[in-house]
Design a protein around this ligand. Structure first.
Ligand SMILES: *[C@@H]1O[C@H](CO)[C@@H](O)[C@H](O)[C@H]1NC(C)=O
Ligand SMILES: *[C@@H]1O[C@H](CO)[C@@H](O)[C@H](O)[C@H]1NC(C)=O
Ligand SMILES: *[C@@H]1O[C@H](CO)[C@@H](O)[C@H](O)[C@H]1NC(C)=O
Ligand SMILES: *[C@@H]1O[C@H](CO)[C@@H](O)[C@H](O)[C@H]1NC(C)=O
Length: 444
């Protein structure tokens, strides 16, 4: 029993790897051909980088924050897109757990023209690597990432059926009540996807929390969800299951996909404090350290090291501005978003070339003034004072824990402009900001 189960999993992994390689081989050529001949319609960024690099390079270096395609679309002779910029934009929020990604997700979820999915890759991980969520094994990781990339591509194209193969138990008749965090996605909680029966006077549903959506809407019909996806102009996906930006290169380089990545980063000390509260079992030894004041000998530093290594690699890649990231990468510090939510959201939308909707602005205003008390029910909600929350690690970690984390993550702290503290007094003194003022301009 045990043995056959294992060989089945191995066989499945191997066949996925082979399929994935085959797909890559077939799809790589036509795509690069298309773009080099300029057949890929409205591919502003790529064509721009080939034709107008020198001219635009000057302009962007002189500080205009207009993108390549934006400049092109305002230049009649070169214009490849209609004035409406009707091109579908695909957004990926690249994050890690407890870095504020639910909050950033809402900045798209609240937009009426964006189809938003909260962590669909959860199902890939669960199906392929049930017990190996922290796996650093290279072969397993490669298989996982290959499958994740394929699924992302399908989902952006609204082929939501691709997700069914990963959902357990497998949906019957395209219907499931097991989609992870379905309630976090507005499109999946409104009609026609949500089939809740309405009272005679009710014009529409106003669902106030995720649980209510799941209770009232009935099982999710994947085909209806796919229709809802196609009805929206853009799509956004949030994930904490892609370690590094380079893991997405194949998708970013696909001009047909028009993928733009928002990499969300946060001070690793803040991530640590938040994870200790949230993932109580996994971070048990850290809690013990905090309670006793003594570092347990068998403390697993790997968890925080992984965060810092992945951030460091991604951010170094992003800031080195390789050609394949031109117009496709923006770095966002959670702390900046927490302090200046409206301003940062406007920058975000401007980078994406999308029009900011008043619903998003209203949502920000409503949700950045709440209280910051953390009841366990609120663990995953975003409804609380974001600015206070971004900084509260300074009273939740002991100075020793902070010092230890700083040592492990020093290069990253320097790169992102998070200040090291040398004394407990400095740590608790909230008039002393630990976030350097830095501007990370998007790369056009
Ligand atoms: C541009 O958008 C407006 C309003 O959304 C629409 O009325 C108009 O027909 C569109 N024009 C083109 C060229 O697509
Ligand atoms: C499957 O779903 C469709 C539409 O939701 C429904 O009409 C049909 O009766 C269902 N079939 C079964 C076997 O449940
Ligand atoms: C903001 O809060 C007001 C008052 O509670 C509510 O009427 C409105 O629907 C909220 N808007 C959003 C976008 O959450
Ligand atoms: C707190 O930080 C501010 C700004 O750096 C400084 O002026 C002040 O003296 C500090 N207070 C204490 C009690 O250390």
């Amino acid at each position: 029993m045990q043995c056959s189960w294992k060989s089945m999993v191995l066989l499945a992994l191997a066949s996925i790897a082979i399929q994935y390689t085959a797909i890559r081989t077939f799809s790589a050529k036509p795509l690069s051909l298309l773009s080099s001949v300029g057949l890929a319609p409205t591919d502003g960024a790529v064509n721009c980088s080939l034709k107008d690099l020198t001219r635009l390079g000057r302009e962007t270096a002189e500080g205009t924050d207009r993108g390549c395609s934006e400049i092109l679309s305002h230049t009649p002779s070169l214009s490849l897109t209609s004035e409406n910029n009707s091109k579908r934009t695909h957004i990926l929020i690249l994050a890690t757990t407890r870095s504020g990604s639910s909050f950033v997700g809402q900045l798209f979820n609240q937009h009426p023209e964006v189809f938003y999915l909260f962590e669909p890759l959860y199902h890939v991980q669960l199906a392929l690597l049930p017990r190996l969520s922290q796996s650093r094994n290279l072969a397993e990781r490669r298989v996982m990432l290959g499958a994740a990339r394929d699924l992302l591509r399908s989902l952006y194209n609204c082929h939501l059926k691709s997700l069914e193969g990963y959902i357990r138990p497998r949906p019957a008749n395209h219907s499931t009540d097991k989609l992870f965090r379905r309630g976090a996605s507005q499109s999946l909680c409104t009609r026609p996807v949500c089939e809740a029966s309405l009272g005679p006077e009710e014009q529409s549903l106003v669902l106030t929390d995720e649980g209510e959506c799941v209770r009232k809407c009935g099982p999710l019909n994947v085909l209806l969800a796919a229709d809802a996806c196609r009805a929206k102009r853009h799509a956004a996906i949030k994930t904490v299951r892609i370690p590094q930006i380079s893991d997405l290169r194949a998708l970013i380089e696909d001009p047909k996909l028009n993928l733009k990545v928002v990499q969300l980063v946060r001070d690793p000390r803040g991530i640590l404090a938040s994870r200790i509260e949230t993932f109580r079992d996994t971070y048990r030894l850290w809690r013990l350290w905090r309670a006793t004041g003594r570092r347990p000998h068998n403390l697993n530093l790997g968890q925080i090291n992984t965060v810092c290594e992945d951030f460091l690699r991604s951010v170094s890649t992003g800031l080195s501005r390789p050609a394949w990231l031109r117009g496709r990468y923006m770095l966002l510090r959670y702390e900046d978003l927490a302090r200046f939510p409206l301003q940062k959201t406007r920058e975000l939308y401007s980078f994406l070339g999308l029009v900011l909707d008043h619903n998003v602005e209203d949502w920000i205003i409503n949700n950045t003034r709440g209280t910051s008390d953390l009841s366990s029910r609120q663990k995953f909600t975003t409804v609380r004072d974001s600015a206070a929350n971004a900084e509260n690690w300074r009273v939740k970690l002991s100075f020793d824990m902070v010092a230890y984390t700083q040592t492990a993550c020093q290069p990253l702290l320097n790169l992102l402009g998070y200040k090291t503290v040398f004394h407990p007094r400095e740590l608790r003194n909230f008039s002393h900001s630990l976030v350097e003022d830095r501007t990370f301009l998007p790369f056009f």
